[in-house]
Write a protein that binds this ligand. Structure first.
Ligand code: FAD
Length: 394
């Protein structure tokens, strides 16, 4: 067992919570520095895939999460005209495989309870803003209020797609904001089929409906950020009418929308970092590799990062060796999902009519080839190892 380190985990999201818990359990002295003044879940419903389920199973909280989640068998996409465009069944990866539609709050609560079991110093209201590196390599973090935290033997930047740890830490990063985002809401709703329903039209119209468990449903509507003021000006009845024409099954949810304040606009960005470590600092989760949510993999990848980083820190005496081994293990896997997501995003949300036409023609044909059908299912389950090879072993 390597020596005990003083570790700062910046960000109490999915990646940070799992990493902090595992490292504290391994005997390290762990502090979580979180920007939010009070801890709690933010964000919409998410799809918990087989890969993320495996991490929760090992953490002994999968059943607890599943009890408040909706089992999902497939991704089902159709055109607004009603024509089926894609049906990816998770069981085509391995019989019995399902995903879960789950409110982010359910996941967060389960992870927060794990963190509470260990002696972890949780410092909320600390927006990490800068770092100082001493001659012995240890790192002191400075928050936006000027308070100093540390020194730490290593720092894990799990502070999401807008990571300050990344932006102030000398990382070679390329960041791109998408022009399109999502308007979404969570509302009571029952009786929907066990699927993520997506309805598309042209290059930029994307509707989604996902059961979440506990009698909840999440609904989302893709749009260009720049178009939102015009959508608001047209008024809520016009928007609801448009959505109903796309998906009549959304009627129950839409009947509960009475004002734009019930809808939340979310943007997404793409982050590509050449190396995830810089000195004694390493990035995980969205801080290292944020991507658009079109494949719904972000929380799953974030938790696998945390699991594998903790494993490599257990295996190696030196921090540098652990960082290198972690990146060797994750590189192909993460790069695969970055490339596939980056490739797919403009087919579903862009201004290109040609891409949309290509999608409408080609996508329905792909699953007819059994090998491709299985690769699509494996990818959707978060289990594809890389461009080469089959399923990952987590
Ligand atoms: C609309 C939408 C839908 C999505 N749907 C899915 C889905 O279905 N399935 C899926 O797997 N993923 C989905 N994702 C992606 C998923 O939400 C992210 O990939 C995931 O939350 C990343 O986890 P993380 O822990 O790396 O970062 P985050 O969850 O973003 O957590 C980062 C934490 O760091 C804190 N922080 C930020 N800056 C600082 C700072 N300077 N100092 C201290 N703390 C800081 C934040 O407050 C936050 O608590 C979706 C994303 C979007 C936008």
């Amino acid at each position: 067992m390597p020596s005990s380190h003083r570790i700062a985990v910046v960000g109490f999201g999915m990646a940070g919570a799992v990493a902090a818990y595992l490292l504290a359990r391994d005997g390290h002295k762990v502090a979580i520095l979180e920007r939010a003044a009070s801890l709690g879940p933010i964000g919409a419903g998410v799809l918990l895939q087989a890969s993320g389920q495996e991490i929760l199973r090992r953490l002994n909280v999968l059943q607890r999460v599943a009890d408040h989640a909706a089992p999902i068998d497939e991704l089902f996409a159709r055109q607004a005209s009603g024509r089926t465009m894609n049906q990816t069944r998770f069981a085509d990866f391995a019989p019995g495989t399902i995903a879960y539609g789950v409110h982010r709050g359910v996941l967060f609560t389960a992870l927060q309870e794990l963190v509470a079991k260990e002696k972890i110093d949780v410092r909320s209201g600390c927006a990490v803003d800068a770092r100082e590196v001493a001659s012995d390599g240890t790192v002191t973090l400075i928050d936006a209020a000027g308070r100093r935290h540390g020194p730490f033997d290593l720092v894990i930047g799990a502070d999401g797609s807008r990571s300050r740890v990344r932006d102030t830490g000398g990382f070679d990063a390329r960041v791109r904001d998408y022009a399109h985002g999502t308007l979404w809401m969570i509302a009571p709703g029952e009786g929907l089929p066990r699927r993520l329903l997506q309805v598309v039209k042209g290059p930029s119209r994307l509707f989604g409906l996902l059961p979440l468990g506990d009698g909840l449903v999440t609904l989302y509507w893709g749009l260009r950020h720049a178009d939102y003021p015009a959508i608001k000006a047209r008024g809520l009845p016009a928007l609801k009418e448009e959505l109903l024409a796309f998906a009549p099954e959304a009627e129950g949810v839409l009947s509960q929308v009475h004002g734009f304040e019930q809808l939340l606009l979310t943007g997404y960005r793409r982050v590509h970092v050449r190396r995830w470590d810089s000195g004694r600092v390493i990035l995980i989760g969205d801080a290292a590799h944020a991507m658009s949510p079109h494949l719904g993999q972000g929380i799953n990848l974030a938790m696998i990062d945390a699991w594998r980083l903790a494993e490599e820190l257990r295996r190696h005496e030196s921090i540098e060796a652990a960082f290198a081994a972690f990146q060797d293990r994750q590189r192909d896997y993460i790069r695969y999902y970055q490339h596939v997501t980056g490739f797919l995003a403009p087919f579903f949300q862009s201004d290109s009519k040609i891409l949309a036409l290509g999608r409408d023609v080609v996508l329905p044909l792909l699953p007819r080839v059994p090998w491709i059908r299985r690769q699509m299912a494996m990818t959707a389950c978060g289990m594809k190892r890389g461009f080469l090879g089959g399923a990952i072993e987590i």
